[in-house]
Design a protein around this ligand. Structure first.
Ligand SMILES: [Zn+2]
Length: 349
C-alpha cells in the first residue's frame, strides 16, 4: 500500500489544501478495481470511521496475496469543507466561497476520459476535478455519505439495477433508491453518466458499480457501525472479485426495500417552528397517518399544524434538528407509489 498527498491550491496566496490517498496495487490486472471515498460532505463521518476499520482488512488481504484488484482509498475527500468553521459550527455541505454544494457541480462527461475535465476553476471545482481524476476508470466507485437521521441506504442509477443487488445484499443496507436523471452533477452522476453512451466493452455494466452510500444519520459515528460497515464493504469487494476470500459465503438475495426516487415524498414543512415527530426512520405508515406536528405559535389557539402521510410507505430519514423553516423538508417517506410532489425525483443526499 502506498500513501500519497494531494494538494489543491486555494484562491489566495498562502492557502492550500491537502488530503491523503492510499493505493493498493492488486496482483491481477484483469480483476475489477475499486475506488472508495468518504466525507465529500465534510461533516458526514460514518464512512470515515468505516474506512478506518476497513484499512487493516485490506492490508491483511494484501499481505496474504488475496488482494487481486487495485483499490484507491480517499478517507477525507474534502479538505476544503473539513476546514470550514463558521462561528463555531462546522459547515461541510456547501463551499462557503461559492455557496455551491460540494456534491453538486461535478462535470458530467460524455465519456470516461479525464482529458475532458476542466483544468481551471475555484478551489472546490479543482477538488471535484481531482476526485474524478482519481476515481474515473475504476470498475467500482463508492461515495460514502450519511443523512440527517436515517437508515442505511444506497442511491443507484437504473442502468446498474438489478445488477448491483449483490452489492446491496453484501453491504447489508436497508433500502435502495433508484434514480435515472442527474441534472445537478453529483459525484455519483459524474461516475456513471460517462458510461451511458460508450461501447459495451468500455461500459462493462456486468462489473460496474457506482453508488452514493448513505450510512444512516450524521450522529451514527460509532465503533460498532464502523466495524459492521467495514465488513459490508469487504464482502462487496469479495463478491465482486476485488479480494479473494474463499471462506466468505456469497451474498444472498437483497431483501431490503427498492424504490424509484419518484416515490419519495419529502414533506415540506407548512410552517416554521419546532418539530414534534410521530415517526422515526424504519417506521411503516399508512396513508393519512400523522407524521409530525409543527409548533409555530406555542400556547396559542391554532398554534400547531399537523402533517399527514400523503400515501402509505415507510420512513427512510428525518431531520436531526428540530427547528425548521417553512418549506424545508421534514423527512423522506418512501411511498408505495409515485409522489405527487413535483420535486420528487431529484437526487437529495
Ligand atoms: Zn452527503
Amino acid at each position: 500500500m502506498q500513501k500519497s498527498i494531494e494538494r489543491i491550491a486555494g484562491d489566495t496566496d498562502g492557502i492550500s489544501y491537502e488530503f491523503p490517498v492510499f493505493r493498493f496495487e492488486g496482483t491481477d490486472q484483469a480483476a475489477p478495481s475499486a475506488y472508495l471515498q468518504a466525507a465529500l460532505h465534510a461533516g458526514e463521518l460514518p464512512g470515515v470511521v468505516a474506512i478506518d476499520a476497513l484499512m487493516p482488512m485490506l492490508t491483511k488481504a494484501e499481505a496474504e496475496g488475496r488482494l487481486k484488484g487495485a483499490i484507491t482509498v480517499v478517507p477525507w475527500a474534502n479538505p476544503i469543507g473539513r476546514a470550514q468553521y463558521h462561528f463555531g459550527e462546522h459547515q461541510g455541505r456547501f463551499h462557503l466561497g461559492t455557496r455551491t454544494n460540494f456534491n453538486r457541480g461535478f462535470p458530467l462527461l460524455a465519456a470516461p476520459d479525464t482529458a475532458l475535465l476542466p483544468t481551471h476553476g475555484t478551489p472546490d471545482q479543482q477538488l471535484k476535478t481531482r476526485l474524478l481524476q482519481l476515481s474515473l476508470g475504476h470498475d467500482i466507485v463508492l461515495d460514502l455519505h450519511c443523512d440527517d437521521e436515517g437508515l442505511a441506504y444506497l442511491y443507484i442509477h437504473t442502468s446498474l439495477w438489478p445488477a448491483m443487488a449483490d452489492c446491496a445484499a453484501a453491504m447489508g443496507v436497508d433500502a435502495v433508491v433508484l434514480w435515472s436523471e442527474d441534472s445537478d452533477g453529483t459525484f455519483e452522476g459524474a461516475s456513471i453518466m460517462p458510461y451511458q453512451n460508450v461501447p459495451a466493452d468500455v461500459a462493462r455494466f456486468d462489473r460496474r458499480v457506482a453508488t452514493t452510500v448513505e450510512y444512516r444519520g450524521i450522529l451514527d459515528v460509532d465503533g460498532a457501525f464502523a466495524s459492521s460497515d467495514a465488513e459490508g464493504l469487504y464482502r462487496l469487494f469479495v463478491a465482486r472479485g476485488v479480494i479473494a476470500d474463499p471462506a466468505l459465503p456469497a451474498p444472498g438475495a437483497f431483501t431490503g426495500t427498492v424504490a424509484p426516487l419518484e416515490n419519495i415524498d419529502m414533506m415540506p414543512a407548512p410552517r416554521a417552528g419546532a418539530i414534534l415527530y410521530d415517526v422515526k426512520p424504519g417506521d411503516r405508515v399508512a396513508k393519512g397517518e400523522r407524521l409530525a406536528t409543527i409548533v409555530h405559535a406555542p400556547g396559542e389557539a391554532d398554534g400547531r399544524t399537523e402533517v399527514f402521510a400523503p400515501q402509505a410507505g415507510f420512513i427512510l430519514t428525518r431531520r436531526s434538528r428540530r427547528i425548521i423553516r417553512a418549506g424545508e423538508d421534514l423527512l423522506k417517506l418512501v411511498g408505495d407509489r409515485k409522489s405527487a410532489d413535483a420535486r420528487s425525483g431529484t437526487l437529495e443526499d
